[in-house]
Write a protein that binds this ligand. Structure first.
Ligand SMILES: Cc1cc2nc3c(=O)[nH]c(=O)nc-3n(C[C@H](O)[C@H](O)[C@H](O)COP(=O)(O)OP(=O)(O)OC[C@H]3O[C@@H](n4cnc5c(N)ncnc54)[C@H](O)[C@@H]3O)c2cc1C
Length: 441
């Protein structure tokens, strides 16, 4: 089942030329196109399915600094400001608000980890409050249980996955940018060793710059170009319940289950980190590089089924530019829900927050989280193909940092002062081992 998603009307006219072509209309692609269009570039965005229909509408909506890896924290902080500024600049509503994120725990070890993160975050000017047992129990009174402690990050927030990418897409159109839906990019053209065009299923667009913001499809696309981009998709399942529960926190995380208020007044329920790995040829190819990540996360990951083969996003097959590709056969990745996880999530949520008994399940869906071996995205120009920029592998964090990533890519394209230091994201690092360097999720 797809997640709830607003529709945005776009054009069917393919431009002959563009200053930059963005491939993929998830949150990263739309914010990239938005910041490029704001700088006066003639931008075309091509999306094989619908704007926001893959990961960017299937997530919890958390925009967080809390517990972020040091490599991503600056981008997370900038992104929170950009989410706010976007609404002020455009009058478009992404549902973003700084409701604060609230974590509860009864584990001394977990609380100690959060305290260590708080101490580190202070050094970079990020405020987060550790809560003692009395404070955590009082703030978490909706659970009706005592807690050893917790943490509250007041400057973090959530945005609405159903409306965010479509809202940014409307802003791109207002700025004169072009967006085509149901338009897959099949490949690129080069001249003299540098990028000279993007070939889509509806024809070619001449351009000197292309940004691949293709989410879970990025690695197989890169493979066509001889670029090695280790990426593995983890299938994560989530459900939504109707409005009806009152006095709950807007965004609450516990080890058992996490709960997020949706813009319709209902809640999304999910278990953090839990997912299934659907084996594919690509996963086997990159397995040695993912070993450290799997070792770190083995408790919450379980083997999946044949979903990955059927979907085609991790194919190793080489495709032609003049015939339909796997991306046209699978317009929207809508993997099967893990029913056992949905049942477990729902029962844990009812146990955690009894007020949820006044709600009913309205939807359940799954999404493929596109991960890199170290859990940090790959953002940057591919040295072998000047003009071709990779922006993928957001490893379960890309919604919240979408604005910062889009801004950074626009900085790279226009040669401006980068909004954050881009070195941690350099795709060149994927040639090396990720042992000891895997981000927390
Ligand atoms: C269950 C779940 C919960 C999550 N929770 C959070 C959260 O709370 N906070 C957070 O920050 N992140 C969260 N994430 C992660 C977040 O959703 C992703 O990191 C983010 O949406 C990635 O955005 P993207 O634009 O890179 O990819 P996507 O949203 O997947 O978009 C990529 C787009 O590219 C298109 N595409 C691919 N190839 C081509 C091509 N060749 N031509 C044209 N179009 C193409 C696809 O159709 C797709 O629409 C979660 C993810 C899931 C699945």
């Amino acid at each position: 089942m797809p997640a709830p998603l607003n529709f945005v009307h776009t054009t069917r006219e393919l431009p002959d030329t563009a200053d930059a072509v963005v491939i993929g209309g998830g949150i990263v692609g739309v914010f990239t196109a938005y910041y490029l269009a704001r700088r006066g570039l003639k931008v075309a965005l091509v999306e094989k399915g619908r704007i926001g229909a893959e990961q960017s509408s299937r997530n919890w909506g958390w925009c967080r600094q809390q517990n972020r890896d040091a490599r991503e924290l600056p981008m997370a902080t900038k992104s929170l400001d950009l989410w706010e500024r976007f609404a002020a600049e455009n009058g478009e509503d992404t549902g973003f608000h700084r409701c604060g994120l609230f974590y509860l725990s009864n584990s001394e070890e977990e609380l100690a980890g959060w305290a260590r993160w708080r101490d580190f975050a202070r050094t970079v000017g990020v405020t987060t409050h550790m809560l003692d047992s009395a404070q955590a129990t009082e703030r978490g009174r909706a659970t009706g249980k005592p807690w050893k402690g917790g943490v509250f990050s007041p400057t973090d927030g959530t945005a609405d996955p159903a409306s965010a990418a479509p809202a940014v897409a409307r802003a791109i159109l207002k700025l004169g940018g072009t967006i085509l839906q149901s338009c897959a990019a099949r490949g690129i053209e080069t001249e003299g060793g540098r990028l000279s065009g993007v070939v889509t299923e509806h024809g070619a667009i001449r351009t000197k710059t292309a940004i691949l913001a293709g989410g879970a499809w990025a690695s197989s696309f890169c493979r066509q170009l001889g670029i090695r981009f280790p990426q593995a998709a983890i299938r994560s399942s989530i459900l939504a319940v109707s409005p009806g529960a009152t006095s709950l926190p807007d965004a609450l995380h516990t080890a058992a289950v996490s709960v997020t208020r949706r813009s319709d007044g209902g809640y999304s329920l999910a278990i953090s980190g839990r997912g299934r790995i659907d084996p594919t040829p690509q996963q086997l190819r990159f397995a040695p590089q993912f070993l450290p990540m799997f070792v770190k996360r083995w408790r919450s990951l379980a083997p999946g089924g044949l979903e990955g083969f059927r979907s085609g996003h991790e194919t190793l097959v080489r495709w032609r530019l003049d015939a339909p590709t796997p991306m046209e056969r699978m317009r929207i990745l809508d993997p099967a829900v893990d029913n056992a996880t949905i049942r477990l999530t729902h029962s844990r949520a009812l146990d955690l927050l009894p007020a949820l008994k006044n709600t009913r399940i309205t939807a359940a869906w799954a999404g493929y989280i596109d991960s890199t071996p170290d859990g940090v995205p790959g953002i940057g120009e591919i040295a072998a193909i000047p003009g071709f920029i990779l922006a993928a592998g957001f490893s379960g964090h890309g919604f919240g940092i979408g604005p910062g990533a889009g801004h950074l890519i626009a900085d790279i394209v226009t040669g401006s002062e980068p909004i954050v230091d881009p070195r941690s994201y350099n795709p060149d690092r994927f040639g090396k081992s990720a042992w000891g360097n895997v981000a927390d999720f």
